[in-house]
Design a protein. Sequence first.
Lengths: 344, 344
Amino acid sequence: MKNSQITIKDIAKELGISSSTVSRALKDHPNVSPETKKAVTDLAEKYNYQPNSIALSLRRSKSNTIGVIIPEIVHFFFSTVISGIEDIAYSAGYSVIVSQSNESYDREVMDTFALSKNRVDGILISMSRETTRYDHFETIHKRGLPIVFFDRVCDAINCSKVVVDDFDGAYQVTKHLIQQGYKRIAHLAGPESLILSKHRMDGYKKALKEHNMEFDESIILRGRAADNEMLAKELTTQLLNSDNPPDAMFAINDRAALGVMKAAKEKGLRIPQDFAIAGFSNWEFTAMTDPAITTVDQPGFKMGQEAAKLLIREIEADEDEIIEPETRILKTDLIIRGSSVVAV
Amino acid sequence: MKNSQITIKDIAKELGISSSTVSRALKDHPNVSPETKKAVTDLAEKYNYQPNSIALSLRRSKSNTIGVIIPEIVHFFFSTVISGIEDIAYSAGYSVIVSQSNESYDREVMDTFALSKNRVDGILISMSRETTRYDHFETIHKRGLPIVFFDRVCDAINCSKVVVDDFDGAYQVTKHLIQQGYKRIAHLAGPESLILSKHRMDGYKKALKEHNMEFDESIILRGRAADNEMLAKELTTQLLNSDNPPDAMFAINDRAALGVMKAAKEKGLRIPQDFAIAGFSNWEFTAMTDPAITTVDQPGFKMGQEAAKLLIREIEADEDEIIEPETRILKTDLIIRGSSVVAV
DNA sequence: ACCGTCACCGCAAACGTTTGCGGAATATGA
DNA sequence: TCATATTCCGCAAACGTTTGCGGTGACGGT
């Protein structure tokens, strides 16, 4: 009736044997007679015995739980990553506890220590946008807790990482815009605290250079517009009203791209005839706008899987065995839609 | 260096006192001299002592963890619910472990027992679409594990629930369509296994009746179209090509509404002049389509908060205290957009 | 000098499980 | 018949923490 789950002790008492024997019987240890085994397993089944995983954790000093810290669950990309993590963790016998930093550095620090206090066996992290100091990671990593970064990684910590090929993705999409005939391609950049912002910027630059187009700082939108649709819209409107406006825009992510699109529509530009738009991430809604937005697909599920695999590998490594940190780079996929080509 | 966190025993040994005293000193127990307290707390600080929560859980037979089972994390609505749950759980000192059923009954059963095995203190559930048997809930509930349902609730289990006022939301949105002058309003219904499908249908019927419009089974779309955009589109196309097509559609959710919209656009209908569309849930993308989709906002964050509060209240109730199951009904908000009115 | 009070502290059990070791009973060998 | 294996099982410690209870020493009062 109450939350009194049956324990090994109960079974032992009822059968008049010791808990040791019950424990061994349940795991089919050779040093237990078949009769005893049967008696034990029968009773265990009858009472629906479930081993107390907390006691187990204490005994083994292993919680079989991994912690995940992400900026926000409601972001489509991150929720697909979580699915990937769960997929691997679940089948390897781990529980997943997620916490979100809400893009706040302070909250991220708290989450990190909370997970450590909860004795997770390892942590998967995608940094908040605010994070520029890494002491909290350093601290728990030094303490021996395995960490794997994904997407928003931190170069200062020597551990495994999983990222997408931001450089190549940005290069491909910019090249695509160039090949479509656009002559003056602007870029809405991401926060400089994230390496991926730099990588995407570099990919953009490479494509320009390769096609003998010069990089023009005056059509680069910087600041906090990356995850603020309204701001992205405003800045784009300003840019479109300038003397020498661009005829295309590659935005660091899809949300920003949406702001860009609204600005262009409001200005009366035809998309993609007068103005082309491309984003990054392949968020769910990009297929639903009118026109649909050209973007770069990030394999979120795959990323979650890879990150979880790397982490679990490290968790389950033998004491003496040294695991070399490894960085996996996942390929992106260019998704061409109506915001950059006419007939699609 | 290794994952050897400092323990109470270590501190006790170093100070030459017993673990009992250390434990008491750390929680400012009166029976410990100020000097000892200082020595202990100083050392604890120096070594960055963190109580082992697993040992604590074992001692208290309480894990301070709550489990959440949802159909899919990637659904915008559910991810906002999780945020709400986390918000409350976090500040009450609970960890949250989420698992998704992927709309599969079998998976839901597995998840339920996995959480129970992991000794969570309580479970929050939103049922999968497939679920029609409730033995798994019954089993763990009888065992004394608190359960609270949210959104997709189960009437067969006598426990607390949190839902939105599906009936009223559907009534309001249907009434809105009627008031906009639409004469023949179709309905894309949800799976009959979910009570909310029935409630929304009833709200729809009430609005019709109130305005002397007759309920016509031939413009009710049933089946698996509710979460399948393609199917929703196909069925709508059929309906639009029938002899007496509707001039508006209230879809059970936004994804289906999107399928409806695509069908209408393909058919060449102008929205909202020739055909109006309304959805349910206020998913992120509904504001981004062209035109934006009229829908009913479900307060996901609030729902998560309420559900977590109810659960924690039950978890922390005294042994003898009897908590009466309670059903909270959250108000919805009609969001009027371009898919149902011209000038907006 | 004796007793009671008080402040402070340690012992040991408990939460549920695993596991090295030793012991008893039985079986096998010569 | 005795020595040696073999089979089966229990004891106790361990994981880290909390807590009721009892104990020690100091102190003040008579």
